[in-house]
Design a binder for this molecule. Structure first.
Ligand SMILES: *Cc1c(COP(=O)(O)O)cnc(C)c1O
Length: 379
């Protein structure tokens, strides 16, 4: 099946008891057994639930993976991957990460004796000097948040495969519509389904997709043992959101490109981060591994201090000043004070996360209204 068909149908059959075309919300914690162990594959909803099962099959299909797991948040998904590790293990990751990922690595898992290397991953070979027999996981994001750095997934996967190290890709920014890391050699794909997959800023959820049966079993064990599993209502909302993923992503990409080109010419804008520009670092890699360039655009305000940046951030009418991204509505974010508040100043400034940086999640409203809003706010 092609992507649009999978987005609408994968994992979903008419309900066997009523014929309902839409997957019902199975609001139950437990399931009847005829005699102990004689059940229809469902025992307790922390482990399995029919609404969630339909969603997990759909999530797997979108990433061309065999297995999917839905979590109560993206961080719940990340936490589960980290629990595959043991004290003494080492992880290689990027130096421009989602703030919450940086926080769980440095504030939670470092305490349990796991060592992290935060590197510039613009070239795959940059990881080679850090590999040793304790290296168990490479964790990458691409495009990165918020400066849209592009990491060559296939290039990194060649190295991790040769060293038998797990490669996880946080694919939240691209969505499965734009990029499929498993096809490029990754072992685990992670999503904050809160963002493009859900698509309507009305649900918090995470996901993991994998091909390897043993890896799936190991992750499912932690999933069920630790319990970061979502409820059936949220599973339903994400399942419904995914039905328009391909339509929304096309519109996000179209509007994103127009906003990026508008900002590039604007006299108040200094740096601009959008992987579709030919002079964006690793633009060629983005062209190779992504189907389009997405709806996330970051930029800095020329000569603006924190006060002026706050003034601009607060003067939009169509863009809402809010955390998060990937919904149908346009959002503006000030990374330093919002999403990236947990990253030390020296660390974030190294990668361009400065006080005058703003990040846009370009929604699917009429482009004329979005450009007019930008024009007005940047005055
Ligand atoms: C939001 C986000 C996460 C965390 O997901 P939650 O659903 O908020 O827990 C992880 N990675 C990226 C890139 C994100 O944008």
């Amino acid at each position: 099946m092609k992507f649009a068909t999978k987005a609408i149908h994968a994992g979903q059959e008419p309900d066997p008891t009523t014929g309902a075309v839409m997957t019902p919300i199975y609001q139950t914690s437990t399931y009847w057994q005829k005699s102990p162990g004689d059940h229809k594959g469902f025992e307790y909803s922390r482990g399995t639930n029919p609404t969630r099962k339909a969603l997990e099959a759909c999530l797997a299909a979108l990433e061309n993976a065999k297995h999917g797991l839905a979590f109560s948040s993206g961080m719940g998904a990340t936490d589960t991957v980290m629990k595959l590790l043991q004290p003494g293990d080492e992880v290689i990751t990027g130096n421009d990460l989602y703030g919450g990922s940086y926080r769980i690595f440095t504030k939670v898992y470092a305490k349990y004796g796991i060592k992290f290397h935060f590197l510039d991953l613009s070239k795959p070979e940059n990881i080679v000097p850090y590999l040793n027999d304790k290296t168990k996981l490479v964790w990458i994001e691409t495009p990165t948040n918020p400066t849209m750095q592009i990491v060559d997934i296939e290039g990194i996967a060649k190295i991790t495969k040769a060293h038998k190290i797990l490669l996880t890709v946080d694919n939240t920014f691209a969505s499965p519509y734009l990029q499929n890391p498993i096809d490029l050699g990754a072992d685990i794909v992670m999503h904050s389904a809160t963002k493009y997959l859900g698509g309507h800023s009305d649900v918090v959820m995470g996901a993991l997709m994998v091909n390897d049966d043993q890896l799936y079993k190991d992750l499912w064990f932690i999933y069920n043992a630790c319990g970061a599993t979502p409820g059936p209502q949220d599973a339903f909302l994400v399942l419904r959101g995914i039905k328009t993923l391909h339509l929304r992503m096309k519109a996000h990409c179209e509007n994103g490109a127009k906003v990026a080109h508008f900002l590039k010419k604007h006299p108040k804008v200094d740096k601009i981060y959008w992987p579709g520009f030919e002079d964006h670092p690793n633009h060629e890699v983005a062209k190779k591994q992504m189907r389009d360039f997405g709806g996330m655009v970051s930029f800095t305000l020329k000569g603006a201090d924190l006060k002026e940046t706050f003034r601009v951030a607060g003067s939009f009418e169509v863009f809402s000043l809010a955390e998060s991204l990937g919904g149908v509505e346009s959002l503006i974010n000030h990374p330093v004070s919002m999403t990236h508040g947990s990253i030390p100043k020296e660390e974030r400034e190294k990668v361009g996360v400065t006080d005058n940086l703003l990040r846009l999640s370009v929604g699917v409203e009429d482009i004329d209204d979005l450009l007019a809003d930008l024009e007005r706010a940047l005055k």
